[in-house]
Design a protein around this ligand. Structure first.
Ligand code: SF4
Length: 467
């Protein structure tokens, strides 16, 4: 009998990638993916713990499943990923109808665990998580976060022409607001040879663009014996792969933005000149409280280095507003940094206290929510004005765009064959470009003439389709 699984994902690109890998391993084990919990006999949530809101969403979804579980008690309900590692037994206490809680370091065993749970006559809640890095030796903890990078067919990726590839996981930085080092474990890089071989297979399958993923991707170091390969060396090896046309990497940690890496981005044409380097704050006082490990002066000097080594690079950032103790003056320093750095765009988040982090135990979450909201809107307005100033000069220019697929609007409308639809693609600087064209262009890299721009989207036409 076919086993039907519903898998829902919340969170960052790392989680989206994990879900692709989970889906692949389950399909390989004979499962069929379905698009509604109602049609499934196994319901899985791959969760995120970065903000309270993301966790609340999962607990609400689990609550809505209670009547279904009462009607169909054999249905297996599982919570996977970061919230599973963080909350562990608490999930069974808050949602007694959950059967499985599996941390990100145990995903490689998911098919086998599901098999065991399904075969039990009297089900016991099953908890499979990695060791607590605050309590055990590093080597044991590393081992308990098992590698999980099985091969996946193109149809299980969000696009057959693009792929995310994990090059490292975990984090050793312990920023005071962040739960990642606890839930994703110690920083561990994958061997370069393994990454090269995975990407070679992807390229042979028609993949044009890879995005290398890591929490602090630029601290990559090949763990193989006798190797001293850093991210710059890995980029050079990937650059030689036939068929591969674009390489991106996220997320960068400011202190590891070394000159060899910037020179590799400048010298290797397949590497996109797009760098996401989160600042988090423009105030030294706040950076210290966040334990980010650099000053705003260091960050500014790094931006200047990027601009001088890679002229025209698109730099993006993240900011947290309303972190513990943030004064109006601290906030203004973040505004000043955004104005000075002229980021292509910034992802701005209101601080959300995470139990288990250093900040939650030692720093009061003392900025009122309405102040956080106002600062969020104000910083966003400053950033958006800069983004628009940067996109307007692109009007009238041709940009090389990798065509990702039909736009959301076009997906909703039924279309047939190769008719003209609204397509979405991306430039090497990560601009989103919308234009009309035949579906057959999906997966191609081609020039698009920009006709109109707003802060986030460029609207264009294909030169040869113009009337
Ligand atoms: S660098 Fe800091 S913010 Fe980023 S994942 Fe590591 S601890 Fe979290």
């Amino acid at each position: 009998m076919t086993k039907r699984v519903y898998l829902e994902t919340i969170g960052c690109q790392m989680n989206v990638l994990d879900s692709e890998l989970i889906a692949s391993s389950l399909v390989q084990a004979g499962y069929e993916l379905v698009d509604s919990p109602r049609n499934a006999d196994t319901i899985l949530y791959n969760t995120c713990s970065v903000r309270q809101h993301a966790e609340d969403k999962i607990y609400s979804a689990l609550g809505r499943l209670r009547p279904l579980k009462e009607r169909k008690p054999q249905t297996i309900i599982g919570v996977l990923g970061c919230m599973a590692q963080k909350d562990q037994e608490l999930i069974f206490r808050r949602a007694g109808h959950v059967d499985l809680v599996i941390g990100p370091g145990q995903l490689s065993r998911l098919p086998e665990i599901l098999e065991e749970v399904a075969s039990q006559r009297h089900r016991e809640p099953r908890l499979e998580v990695s060791l607590d890095r605050m309590k055990e030796r590093r080597a044991l903890v590393e081992e308990s976060f098992a590698k999980f990078d099985p091969p996946r067919p193109p149809e299980l990726r969000s696009s057959p022409f693009q792929a995310m590839v994990r090059i490292m996981f975990g984090c050793d930085k312990f920023c005071t607001y962040c739960i990642v080092p606890k839930v994703r474990g110690p920083e561990q890089s994958r061997p370069a040879a393994e990454i090269v071989s995975e990407i070679r297979c992807l390229a042979a399958d028609g993949c044009q663009e890879v995005t290398l993923l890591g929490q602090t991707v630029n601290s990559y170091e090949d763990p193989s014996k006798g190797q001293t390969q850093r991210l710059s060396d890995l980029l050079a090896r990937l650059h030689d792969i036939e068929g591969l046309r674009r390489i991106k990497f996220v997320t960068n940690y400011p202190r590891h933005m070394t000159d060899d890496l910037l020179q590799a981005v400048r010298d290797l044409p397949k590497v996109s000149p797009y760098l996401h380097v989160p600042a988090q704050s423009g105030s030294n006082e706040q950076l210290k409280r966040m334990k980010r490990g650099y000053t705003v002066e260091y960050y500014r000097e790094m931006i200047e280095r990027i601009r001088s080594i890679i002229p025209g690079a698109a730099i993006t950032s993240d900011f947290i507003v309303g972190f513990c103790g943030e004064t109006e003056e601290d906030f203004q320093q973040s505004v000043d940094l955004v104005r000075w750095a002229r980021f292509k765009n910034s992802f701005i988040f209101k601080y959300s206290e995470r139990p288990g982090t250093k900040a939650a135990g030692t720093l009061p979450d003392d900025v009122p929510d309405e102040v956080k909201r106002r600062r969020n809107n104000d910083l966003l307005a400053v950033q958006n004005a800069i983004s628009l100033e940067d996109t307007l000069p692109l009007v009238g220019k041709d940009l090389e765009v990798l065509v990702e697929g039909p736009s959301k609007a076009a997906k909703k409308r039924a279309s047939v064959g190769n008719e003209i639809v609204q397509l979405v693609g991306r430039s090497v600087w990560d601009h989103i470009v919308v234009f009309d064209g035949p579906r057959a262009l999906v997966g191609q890299i081609l020039p698009v003439r920009i006709e109109k721009a707003d802060a986030f989207t460029l609207f264009g036409t294909m030169p040869r389709l113009k009337g």
